[in-house]
Design a protein around this ligand. Structure first.
Ligand code: ADP
Length: 507
């Protein structure tokens, strides 16, 4: 069945294409680029930290070598005080420590945590010079209390200071390395957590960006398959690859709609073809009367009185008016269809429709009976479209009945602001296996050239568009009854707008 759309006031194509473009290719490239940049930043960060750790390890090892030599010197110093030996070894160890410091001074200044350079150098120099002072002292002199005490105190003080400072530096550097290692170990964990959330985001993004438009496209195709040709409207802020598909769908819809309109028109012309025989028959009577009156006037003009002249001319005028009404009714039906909703007198409309078919029925020997409740309320609708529906039902009934058959056209008011129109015939009826298909477009049981299969499908679309419904009840070989329910008043306004709103496609 088909839905009739109100003509769009502006081009949907402009709406779809007028949006700024942000296509999926660009979005994916941007997404991957951001991810790549982030990975590069994290990798470079990790590499820098590892290289700093390596250099820190070197710094620590320098401090440890320095510390080892000082501690070694202090051991030799102890030997010297206990046994008077190893003074040279002590001096050599201090010289080694001094050399380590001198060789790595620049490196330590740059890489090590801030350290008391002046103080350490000074303490080392003082320790070294105190050791050197011991060399020229004889063992005897050395054993005198004064000399021993003075040098020993200096050595102990400066030696201890250098050891403490170097040990503290090495410990601090160790601590720093441990801290950085801890960070480097945590980075992959944080990265994995980040990756997890990124994946959730990407999955959501993909489902929103790809699945939603896809779902909408499926919905559009489903409603198009049902015959709703409402154009696809833009639903997203940006233009993307789906826009091309949507524009193509709209183009296809316009094409389908125009073809459907031609089919409806051709279906209407077929009805006109059927009616013409009846109309020609109906026109015959007034034309004959006009002819007779005109002949009488011409031949007996002088014999007739003035009053008789007037009476005959009035007859001619009345018969001409009748002919004009017949032709007008037919022309009115064939006129190009443009949807116009207006208040309608349904009883008048049904009478006009029946009149169109009366003569055809008379030619076929079928009776059309009208049973229309007086004072039916006015409904809002398209006169031509509704006429087309009822005429189609009557013509179908005419096709179904044999000579002597009967067609009833009934209309009555129902509760809940509804009007029911029934077209019932006592014709062949509809076989149950065919019944579910009769509203499908192009479904017909009539021979080629006689049926198009569009009448009921078009009628269903028109009635749906008026917020109503059309139903059928039939028994094969006995009767067929088509019931059209139409709303009126407030119900109709709500129903017709409800009917149209959901069709508004969104993408
Ligand atoms: P068409 O009249 O061109 O075949 P329709 O859509 O109007 O197309 O009707 C579809 C089919 O429904 C008809 O071919 C016919 O089989 C069946 N049909 C419709 N109205 C009647 C009726 N009153 N009695 C019996 N069959 C009917």
């Amino acid at each position: 069945m088909w839905f009739f759309n109100s003509t769009p006031t502006h081009d949907e194509r402009d709406d779809l294409l007028g949006r700024p473009s942000f296509n999926f290719r660009l979005q994916i490239i941007l997404g991957f680029f951001t991810f790549f940049i982030l990975s590069v930043v994290i990798t470079i960060g990790a590499m820098l930290t590892i290289s700093r750790i390596e250099r820190k390890i070197e710094t620590v090892s320098t401090w440890e070598r320095f510390l080892y030599n000082i501690e070694q010197a202090r051991r030799w110093e102890k030997n010297y005080f206990l046994y008077g030996t190893n003074l040279d070894d002590a001096l050599e160890s201090t010289a080694n420590a001094q050399a380590i410091l001198n060789e790595n001074l620049h490196y330590l200044e740059q890489m090590s945590i801030p350290w008391p350079k002046e103080e350490l150098m000074r303490d080392l120099a003082l320790y070294q010079s105190s050791l050197k002072m011991l060399a020229p002292i004889s063992l005897q002199e050395f054993n005198t209390a004064d000399g021993r005490m003075a040098v020993e105190a200096d050595l102990r003080r400066y030696g201890a200071q250098v050891v403490t400072e170097a040990a503290a530096l090495a410990a601090k550097e160790h601590e720093l390395i441990a801290k950085w290692l801890n960070i480097v170990q945590k980075v992959p964990v944080y990265f994995l957590i980040f990756l997890f959330f990124l994946m959730i985001y990407v999955a959501r993004f993909l489902s929103l960006r790809f699945m939603q438009p896809l779902k909408q496209l499926v919905q559009h195709t489903q409603r198009i398959a049902k015959g709703d040709f409402t154009p696809v409207k833009p639903a997203r802020k940006y233009r993307d690859e789906f826009t091309t598909v949507e524009v193509a769908i709209n183009r296809m819809l316009r094409e389908l709609e125009s073809r459907q309109n031609s089919l409806i028109e051709s279906h209407k012309l077929r009805a006109v073809g059927i009616l013409t025989a009846g109309v020609a028959h109906e026109l015959n009577n007034p034309l004959n009367n006009i002819m007779l009156s005109a002949h009488s006037l011409l031949e007996e003009y002088d014999e007739l009185s003035k009053d008789e002249h007037t009476e005959m001319i009035t007859d001619i005028i009345q018969e001409t008016d009748r002919s004009r009404a017949i032709v007008h009714n037919l022309l009115d039906f064939t006129r190009e269809n443009k949807s116009v909703m207006q208040p309608l007198d349904l009883s008048l409309l049904l009478n006009e429709t029946a009149k169109l078919a009366f003569n055809q029925a008379r030619v076929r020997g079928v009776a059309i009976q009208l049973d229309i409740e007086p004072e039916l309320p006015a409904i809002r609708g398209d006169r031509q479209q509704l006429k087309q529906v009822f005429l189609n039902l009557v013509l179908n009934a005419l096709d179904a009945v044999n000579k002597g058959g009967r067609i009833q056209l009934k209309a009555r008011k129902q509760p809940n602001h509804r009007i029911i129109v029934e077209v019932e015939d006592n014709g062949c009826g509809i076989p149950p296996e065919v019944l579910p298909n009769i509203f499908d477009p192009f479904f017909t049981t009539k021979p080629v050239g006689k049926g198009t299969g569009l009448g009921l499908s078009v009628s269903h679309g028109i009635i749906s568009n008026h917020g109503g419904r059309i139903e059928v009840a039939s028994e094969q070989g006995r009767y067929s009854r088509f019931t059209v329910t139409l709303p009126w008043g407030a119900t109709q306004t709500a129903a017709t707008s409800d009917q149209r709103q959901p069709q508004e496609g969104a993408s």
